[in-house]
Design a protein around this ligand. Structure first.
Ligand SMILES: Cc1cc2nc3c(=O)[nH]c(=O)nc-3n(C[C@H](O)[C@H](O)[C@H](O)COP(=O)(O)OP(=O)(O)OC[C@H]3O[C@@H](n4cnc5c(N)ncnc54)[C@H](O)[C@@H]3O)c2cc1C
Length: 315
């Protein structure tokens, strides 16, 4: 299974595959399971449906590692329009951005200006911007970037990955600025020099980091200097969901002190169940034409998903 997972993660970074495979109809058909369409309109339609079931959403336009700053400007302008649409259509949806899609590989100052424009617009519209976390070479710069932008805007959150050894230290350090954190397990191919190679250790670390966040939330009404504004528990792992629910109950942490965040098309029944139980649930809806690397990471998360590709190929 690990071989297949590694192969899929290799595919996610292979330029020939990135350019060739998306042209095949069966690949296009199989990807539909994880994204409603390539344009923001289809994402907004799904966001509305979620909203009718008491599930909020976060929208992300797929793309990463652009090669010209002009592309980053276009992405920024696109998200500015998305924030307008969310506001005018009154959909409880936020946005999630990737720094390398806004120029991070080329110019950090320009990226900061792009993100500043998004946070400002989001603030005007009473909205929120989440920053995705990418592969490990970007982590130090992304955490520092987050500290800088969070110094200017409070309506911005950062994603952290439980598979990295360093994340506990990053979180401890970030707590002094009252961050908003979405915790996930991590989706990239990483070496054992930087990330836990065993899934059970990643799961354990996820629980430990969640507890750190929730405990701070518990104490943040007191006098301690550290605090956290928003907590996103970003996983489809039902064992972890149950643990978090139990931990929150035992420690009198109200249901609305955190939210479960999951991906469009994955475990929809679990998303509904949590929402019906009175928990806050947010689904991340991806859209856009540059979906291949992201799609390969989704397949790698559950290699059994490859079966859907095979079925689309046969049919
Ligand atoms: C809201 C959100 C934002 C994210 N943002 C980032 C980010 O910025 N950076 C980053 O590195 N990663 C991000 N991820 C992806 C994350 O790192 C994991 O790769 C992904 O969530 C799968 O891990 P899991 O926690 O669900 O646990 P797992 O232990 O992998 O899975 C738990 C259960 O969910 C099922 N499942 C998991 N993934 C899939 C799938 N693709 N298809 C079908 N079933 C599946 C599994 O079969 C298993 O039953 C994000 C995830 C979410 C939910």
């Amino acid at each position: 299974m690990n071989l297949l997972k590694n192969f899929l993660l290799f595919c996610s970074t292979n330029s020939w595959m990135k350019n060739s495979l998306p042209k095949y109809r069966f690949v296009q058909k199989a990807v539909k399971r994880f994204m409603p369409g390539e344009d923001v309109e289809s994402a907004l339609v799904e966001a509305n449906k979620y909203s009718a079931n008491n599930i909020t959403t976060v929208l992300t336009c797929l793309g990463e590692n652009i090669s010209e700053l002009k592309e980053g400007e276009n992405v920024r302008n696109h998200y500015l329009e998305v924030l307008e649409k969310i506001s005018s259509q009154r959909i409880p949806s936020e946005i999630s951005i990737k720094l390398t899609q806004l120029g991070f590989d080329m110019n950090e100052e320009t990226t900061l200006q792009n993100v500043r424009a998004l946070c400002l617009k989001a603030k005007e519209k009473n909205n929120f911007v989440w920053i995705d976390i990418e592969s490990s070479p970007y982590v130090t710069r992304t955490v520092n970037f987050y500290k800088a932008i969070h110094g200017e805007f409070e309506n911005v959150g950062l994603c952290l990955q439980a598979y990295l050894y360093r994340t506990k230290d990053d979180l401890e350090n970030l707590l002094s600025i009252s961050p908003s954190i979405r915790l996930v397990k991590g989706a990239y191919k990483e070496s054992s020099d930087v990330a836990f190679p065993n899934k059970s250790d990643v799961d354990k670390n996820f629980v430990l980091l969640s507890e750190m966040l929730l405990k701070v939330r518990m104490d943040s009404f007191g006098t301690i200097p550290n605090s956290v504004q928003r907590i996103g528990i970003g996983t489809h792992d039902e064992t972890i969901h149950e643990y978090i629910k139990m931990f929150a109950k035992k420690n009198n942490i109200p249901n609305d002190a955190f939210e479960f965040q999951m991906l469009y098309g994955i475990k929809n029944n679990v998303q509904m169940k949590l929402a019906n139980e009175g928990y806050k649930v947010r689904a991340l809806i991806s859209y856009g034409s540059y979906w291949f690397p992201w799609y390969m990471r989704r397949l790698a998360e559950r290699p059994a998903n490859v079966w859907f590709v095979v079925k689309s190929m046969i049919s």
